[in-house]
Design a protein. Structure first.
Length: 765
């Protein structure tokens, strides 16, 4: 057979047992499918008698491709070479079972590389990554195009890489995703066309969708609630009708799909989070914008950036966390160094006395805002460390295998962590440190390019840097995460210790320069001159250079506020909140943190009203100008208050958004969320813990619980039901007063904001 050659970008890769299916997007835009064989390798360490039992069982399962043999490999934490048994697996589907069985044999043997995603493992082995430029040598037979040799012509370290043009088809529902498609048309958009498909006759919907897919042949299906609703519905109706639309480009691979609309709910950082099920396609990408954190924060280019770095296939990366992407980047570093990668976190926290625990477990440093002279100030500079925690990890070699490492146990000359005294290895660079160093360099490059780019190029750089920003944000948390593959609590504590020292150094340096310290939180400090006079740029640049010299981490001027406000706590009007502030920069830009306009649970109408107030405040350079313009901001407030009183606001703009903190049966108090969930249940619509629901407040004080709140779905199904009653005017007027008070209380000539409301809608001061 003749050897053929193909060139293009690696578009998709997946597997069925030992066969890898690889899609190439060629230079002329065609999509070609290739087949390759791949047998993953695992390593096992333990006593011979236990290893023999494992090998015997694998032979019984017909899961060994070649005779196992011993090799010397390097342990990750111990940094020493040990003999381990190398086993080539012929049936990759048994790997999860092997890992699950380990609990029964814990302490008898250790297993490595068993939990690597197989397509990712294949790409590690072949030097490939998603959307890399590549060449394939292949032969063609009746079974398909079979790869003989594959070679990447690209590098994941490349920053200005080329991305092919994609055809995109967008699918979304007309109404809430909880309303069945019989009453909820499916909207399909392409670059040139728009279609609305009714679900009243599922067979016709399937046939029309099939026709559109074949006509357009999109590379990407970009959906809204596609994982949770649209695709499960299509696959279910396809099974009933015996007809499947051309969702997958690959129609030959044996594909099994378990149809489910029930996602998973899990607890993280004090919140319950809902994750929808996963419905990837084969030979075509399916990205659900509601089920992809990276896509929501950084668009398609952000997903591509992280997929290239982590070697996770695009559809898997779209549904993964930035922490998982970082873990695979660290895995790549570990594999290149020849380390044995444990299947789960194996470094447990070392024992500590109560005093040691008190010293080590302190967290980041926060200074409450200084409000001795009031909650407002003028000419305040905010200085930020550039990615402080990831930079600490990279600069100080903080990685789980390097903190209190065994190889430096008797060496007193190695660097120590401030305050807590942990040793830091100086004989090797940590895996986490090396991975983060590259990510930090990439983000710095993209941020720099964003300043000199425009148009499409600017958008691409901004998306790339946004995806890396979120990865860097999670990198610190993953050091202490109990299930992180490359995590260890002592590493997490070490970063905090360095962070506290660095923030104190920044504070002391600013004070030595003669500035008054106003506030600090984790990686930012707020300073001003004692006479509140304006700063000069060169003054702040000199300070930043000195702080960088003292700490080793770049510090930048975020901006100088012409006026700055620290809104008080809602529980105590005399107590500020560390992460709540708003102010106007000299550039005219307004920066807000922790206030209503930044919240996602308030109604659109309320946030829009506060946004207009903020835009007016943005036009005022000084506190004096703000106070003198009080009548103007009052007129803005009155305009929105009148709209509520006259009941002329579309109900959908008054919907509140809340996350269900538990399943309906677990609620002990039937508040707004629980009552809305109960109504939805009556309509046959279930809500899992962590899912978001929207509802309208009808009459919060009604004795009839059924008349207090109306879920979005009820409003959409029965729009006439609200006529005559309308929303709870008093409730929304109080909410409007709340966001007005939040931004204006410190400037107002009056104190009683509640006096703005009376039952007749008059204004009374």
């Amino acid at each position: 057979m003749n050897l053929l050659k193909a060139k293009g970008h690696l578009f998709d890769v997946y597997h069925a047992e030992d066969t890898v299916y690889l899609w190439l997007k060629t230079e002329d835009g065609a999509q070609l499918l290739f087949l390759d064989k791949f047998y993953p390798i695992i390593y096992v360490k333990g006593e011979d008698k236990y290893l023999k039992k494992l090998v015997k069982r694998l032979y019984e399962l017909d899961a060994i491709y070649e005779v196992p043999r011993y090799e010397n490999r390097t342990l990750f934490y111990e940094n020493r070479s040990v003999p381990v048994l190398r086993i080539v697996i012929s049936r990759p589907s048994i790997l999860p079972k092997i890992s699950r069985k380990l609990y029964a044999l814990y302490g008898k043997f250790e297993i490595y590389h068993s939990d690597l995603d197989l397509p990712t493992s294949y790409m590690f082995h072949k030097g490939l990554f998603p959307l890399c430029k590549m060449e394939i040598d292949y032969i063609e037979d009746p079974g398909g195009r079979r790869i003989q040799k594959v070679q990447s012509k690209d590098s994941p370290s490349e920053m200005d890489y080329e991305v092919p043009k994609f055809r995109i088809m967008r699918l979304k529902l007309s109404k809430s995703h909880r309303i069945s498609l019989e009453n909820n048309p499916l909207i399909i958009k392409t670059d040139t066309d728009y279609h609305e498909l009714s679900g009243k006759n599922p067979r016709i919907l399937l046939e029309k969708l099939d026709t559109l897919l074949k006509q357009e042949d999109p590379d990407i299906l970009l959906t809204t609630h596609g994982d949770q609703v649209i695709l499960p519905y299509i696959f279910y109706q396809s099974q009933k009708a015996g007809f499947l639309p051309a969702l997958d480009r690959d129609r030959s691979t044996p594909i099994r799909r378990n149809i489910t609309t029930k996602g998973t709910s899990y607890f993280t950082y004090g919140n319950i989070v809902f994750r929808a099920p996963s419905y990837p396609l084969f030979g075509r990408w399916h990205i659900d914008s509601k089920n992809s954190f990276v896509y929501k924060e950084a668009d398609l280019m952000g997903v591509i950036e992280l997929a290239r770095l982590s070697r996770l296939p695009m559809q898997k990366m779209a549904r993964a966390s930035t922490g998982k992407a970082l873990t695979y980047i660290e895995t790549d570093v570990a594999l290149r160094r020849g380390y044995l990668v444990p299947w789960q976190k194996s470094a447990v926290e070392s024992p500590k006395t109560a005093l040691q625990l008190l010293e080590a477990d302190k967290g980041g440093l926060v200074f409450q805002p200084d409000i001795t002279q009031g909650k407002t100030a003028e000419n305040v500079a905010q200085l930020d460390f550039a990615q402080m925690y990831p930079s600490i990890m990279a600069n100080h070699n903080i990685s789980p295998e390097c903190v209190n490492c065994l190889c430096c146990e008797s060496d007193n000359s190695v660097p120590k962590v401030p305050d807590i005294g942990y040793r830091i290895c100086d004989k090797r660079i940590g895996v986490v440190s090396e991975a983060l160093q590259h990510v930090l360099q990439r983000r710095a490059y993209y941020k720099q390019q964003s300043k000199v780019s425009e148009g499409k190029r600017l958008k691409e750089y901004e998306s790339k840097q946004a995806s890396l920003k979120w990865m860097l944000v999670t990198s610190f948390g993953y050091l202490g995460y109990r299930n992180a593959k490359f995590g260890r609590l002592e590493s997490h504590e070490s970063v905090n210790a360095f962070g506290r020292q660095i923030l104190l150094l920044a504070k002391e340096t600013a004070e030595n320069f003669g500035y008054e310290f106003v506030h600090a939180i984790t990686d930012s400090i707020f300073i001003k001159k004692y006479d509140s006079s304006p700063f000069k740029i060169d003054e702040l640049d000199s300070l930043c250079m000195e702080i960088q010299k003292q700490t080793g981490i770049k510090m930048e001027v975020d901006g100088v506020y012409t006026w700055l406000l620290f809104p008080p706590s809602s529980q105590d009007t005399e107590m500020p909140v560390a992460n709540r502030y708003m102010g106007r920069f000299q550039s005219g830009k307004l920066k807000c943190r922790g206030i209503g306009a930044r919240r996602k649970d308030l109604p659109y109408f309320i946030t829009y009203a506060q946004t207009e107030m903020l835009e007016w405040m943005q036009s005022k350079v000084t506190i004096k100008e703000l106070k003198e313009g009080e009548e103007e901001i009052l007129s803005i407030y009155k305009k929105y208050d009148s709209m509520i009183t006259l009941n002329c606001i579309p109900p959908e703009k008054l919907l509140l958004t809340k996350s269900s903190s538990r399943d309906l049966e677990e609620y002990e108090v039937m508040g707004a969320t629980a009552l809305s969930m109960l109504k939805l249940k009556e309509f046959g619509m279930g809500v899992q813990a962590g899912e978001k629901i929207k509802y309208l407040v009808l009459n919060q004080r009604s004795k009839n619980k059924d008349k207090r709140y109306m879920p979005e779905e009820e409003l959409q199904l029965y729009p006439n039901k609200i006529k005559g009653s309308g929303p709870d005017t008093e409730y929304y007027r109080k909410m409007l007063v709340g966001v007005f008070r939040e931004v204006w209380a410190e400037f107002a000539s009056f104190k009683d904001f509640d006096a703005l409301i009376d039952p007749q809608g008059r204004f009374d001061f």
